[in-house]
Design a protein around this ligand. Structure first.
Ligand SMILES: [Zn+2]
Ligand SMILES: [Zn+2]
Length: 342
């Protein structure tokens, strides 16, 4: 409308050609400005999402909750490795590092995630049997039972998990007997564990989620897995502990959220040669992870199990961002994610 008016006005003055040229330039600049505005808005939106960690409410869609982002270094504000993937009110845990049940209760209380009430913790998928990933296993077996879980825990994991479970139940035999045969009102199912030792491929499926295990490469461990969760609305992949490996790239390609372990490439150089060799064989540096993400293109990359050795979150993210331009969040306990494509 405005352009037409201007054309009429200027035609009356008899300088048609020159003015039309000017008008089309103005139109072009307007379009340019419009696109610039749109780009700035989406950039600001992305930054904002990253800044608040894509935190989600208790929506119906699949959610990822970081229960523990720690390592064997025992940082007091990070529980041992554990995440929960919540689909339609049911929580599927990956790993059970120390503190797992208390972190689940914290997530229930602070984030109103009913699925993380202790008595509702019924599934765990263990990546490997390193103590930092399994010290919370007896916690996950016994605490929810005492608090009312009346079904056996379903535990999936590498060969060796059956033996570990048997030993743990034996270790706590006295506790089980006293609770079962003393005065305590308690059910007879909730402390039991159904163990499923898994191989690569589909390991679990119900009406909510399909879970695949894939082998990763973690030093001398004969069996270490990552897990790929596919729900109605999302694919979430958890790396477990691993050095860069082709299997992860296959299973994580194009996923919505990739939760991946990481260490600081810059700070590794300050460690002894023995430790450098160890970490290179067991874990993934920020730079290596950036290259992996560049190939795999996750909708969102969440760093966990961060080995900082004095580096900051910003520095870790910078290592990744040198290769991967997409959204990256350095995880902290109790962050909740929906994914950037929602
Ligand atoms: Zn670990
Ligand atoms: Zn490990």
């Amino acid at each position: 409308m405005e352009d037409k008016k201007i054309i009429r006005g200027k035609t009356r003055k008899g300088k048609t050609e020159k003015k039309i040229g000017l008008i089309s330039k103005i139109g072009f600049l307007r379009i340019l400005f419009f696109y610039f505005l749109m780009a700035m808005m989406s950039f600001a939106g992305a930054l904002n999402l990253e800044a608040r960690g894509l935190e989600a409410g208790a929506a119906a869609s699949t959610q990822l909750v970081l229960l523990g982002t720690g390592t064997p270094n025992c940082e007091p504000d990070r529980a041992g490795p554990a995440v929960a993937i919540i689909v339609d009110g049911v929580a599927y845990l990956v790993d059970c590092g120390p503190g797992v049940v208390r972190r689940a209760v914290a997530a229930f209380q602070e984030k109103k995630l009913e699925a993380l009430k202790p008595e509702r913790l019924g599934y765990v998928f263990i990546t490997h049997l390193h103590s930092d990933h399994t010290l919370g296993y007896p916690d996950l077996i016994f605490s929810p039972w005492v608090l009312g879980r009346d079904k056996p825990l379903q535990a999936y994991g590498p060969p060796g998990l059956k033996k570990m479970t048997r030993h743990l139940l034996k270790a706590y035999q006295e506790d089980i007997s006293v609770r079962l045969y003393g005065l305590q009102p308690v059910n007879r199912e909730g402390y039991q564990v159904r163990v499923h030792e898994v191989k690569e491929g589909l390991v679990f499926q119900d009406e909510r989620v399909k879970v695949e295990a894939f082998p990763v490469r973690h030093g001398a461990w004969p069996y270490a897995y990552g897990y790929r969760f596919q729900s109605r609305d999302k694919v979430i992949v958890v790396s477990g502990d691993t050095r860069p490996c082709p299997e992860l790239k296959v299973y994580a390609r194009g996923c919505d959220i990739l939760v991946h372990e990481v260490y600081s490439a810059a700070k590794l150089k300050e460690r002894s040669l023995e430790w450098q060799r160890y970490h290179q064989a067991n874990h993934t540096s920020g730079e290596e992870l950036g290259k992996i993400a560049q190939e795999v293109k996750p909708g969102l990359l969440v760093l966990t199990h961060q080995l900082y050795w004095g580096a900051t979150d910003k520095e870790l993210i910078q290592e990744v961002k040198a290769y991967f331009p997409g959204p990256v969040v350095s995880g902290r306990d109790l962050m909740v994610f929906k994914g950037i494509r929602d």
